[in-house]
Design a protein around this ligand. Sequence first.
Ligand code: SF4
Length: 117
Amino acid sequence: MAFQILEKCVSCGSCEIECPNHAIYEGGTKWTMAKGTKTKGSVTLMDGTVVDADQRNPSQSFDTFYIVSSKCTECVGFHDKPQCVDACQVGACVISPLYPETMEQLLAKKGNLHGQA
Ligand code: SF4
């Protein structure tokens, strides 16, 4: 499952710099699949939407930082634990129930984002 950022986020930005997938964006900023990954061309997001990797997509939040589910791998393939959780001083980064994923699916997701190791 991807992580999400709760409304109690104080927008300090500590989490953004720790994410190995560049899945975290400041509120009000647009996001792309390509930024911080090797994705190119058409990409199918977790909700089934197809976007171009370089397409600048609307911000998912205007008040707090936010996490793009299709880019979050729970840090699998990079770290033993989610880096944003450790970085957050107010406990705002929590698991999202929206998209359950197995360890195998998270590893495959990491491979799709960055190429197979
Ligand atoms: Fe990024 Fe890891 Fe947090 Fe997911 S769990 S948003 S990959 S830092």
